[in-house]
Design a protein around this ligand. Structure first.
Ligand code: HEC
Length: 146
C-alpha cells in the first residue's frame, strides 16, 4: 500500500506537528480563559453602577465644597475680617447676617467684592477668581447667621 503524497513519510514531522497543534490548542484555550476573565472582571469592577457613580460624585462635591469653605475662611480672615468683623458681625462694613436675603443673586455679591462699593474696596485685582468665589461661599454659608 502506498501512502498518499500529502501524508508525512515518517513519524518525525507528524510528532512536531502534533506538538504544535496541542500547543495551539493550549494557547487558544488560554486566550478564551483570559477573555472570559476580562469580561467578568469588567462587569464586576470596571463599570461602577449608576448608583455608585452618583455616590462618588457626591463625595467629591462635598469635599470640594469643604475645601472651598476652608480657602474662603483664610481669605476672609486676611482680607475682610478687619472691616466686617472676625465672625462677620460687622464693623466698618456691614454684618453678613442675612446677606443672602439682601443679595439673593450671588452675582451681585461677586460684583461688590470685585468692583467695590462706597467704602468697600475692590478686590478684583488682588484676589483670584477662586479666592473670591471661596470667600463669598464662606460669607453666604458660615457667616450668614440669624
Ligand atoms: C476697608 C474695609 C473693608 C474691607 C477690607 C472689606 N469690606 Fe466689604 N464692605 C465694606 C463696606 C464699608 C461695605 C458697605 C459698602 C456700601 O454699600 O457702601 C462693604 C460691603 C460689602 C458687601 C456687601 C454686603 C451687603 O450686605 O450689601 C460684601 C459682600 C462685602 N463687603 C464683602 C467683602 C469681602 C468678601 C471682603 C474681603 C475680600 C471685604 N468685603 C472687605 C468695607 C470693607
Amino acid at each position: 500500500m502506498t501512502t498518499p503524497d500529502n501524508e508525512p513519510d515518517d513519524d518525525g514531522p507528524s510528532m512536531v506537528e502534533g506538538l504544535a497543534l496541542s500547543g495551539l490548542a493550549a494557547f487558544s484555550s488560554l486566550v478564551v480563559v483570559l477573555f472570559i476573565g476580562a469580561v467578568v472582571y469588567g462587569i464586576a469592577y470596571g463599570r461602577p453602577s449608576d448608583e455608585r457613580r452618583a455616590e462618588l460624585a457626591m463625595q467629591e462635591a462635598v469635599s470640594d465644597e469643604a475645601g472651598q469653605i476652608q480657602v474662603g475662611e483664610q481669605v476672609y480672615a486676611s482680607a475682610c475680617a478687619s472691616c466686617h468683623g472676625r465672625l462677620g458681625e460687622g464693623g466698618v462694613g456691614p454684618s453678613f447676617a442675612g446677606v443672602t436675603t439682601r443679595l439673593p443673586d450671588v452675582a451681585d455679591q461677586i460684583q461688590v467684592v470685585v468692583e467695590g462699593r462706597g467704602q468697600m474696596p475692590a478686590f478684583g485685582a488682588s484676589l483670584t477668581d477662586e479666592q473670591i468665589e471661596a470667600v463669598i461661599a464662606y460669607e453666604r454659608t458660615v457667616l450668614d447667621g440669624p
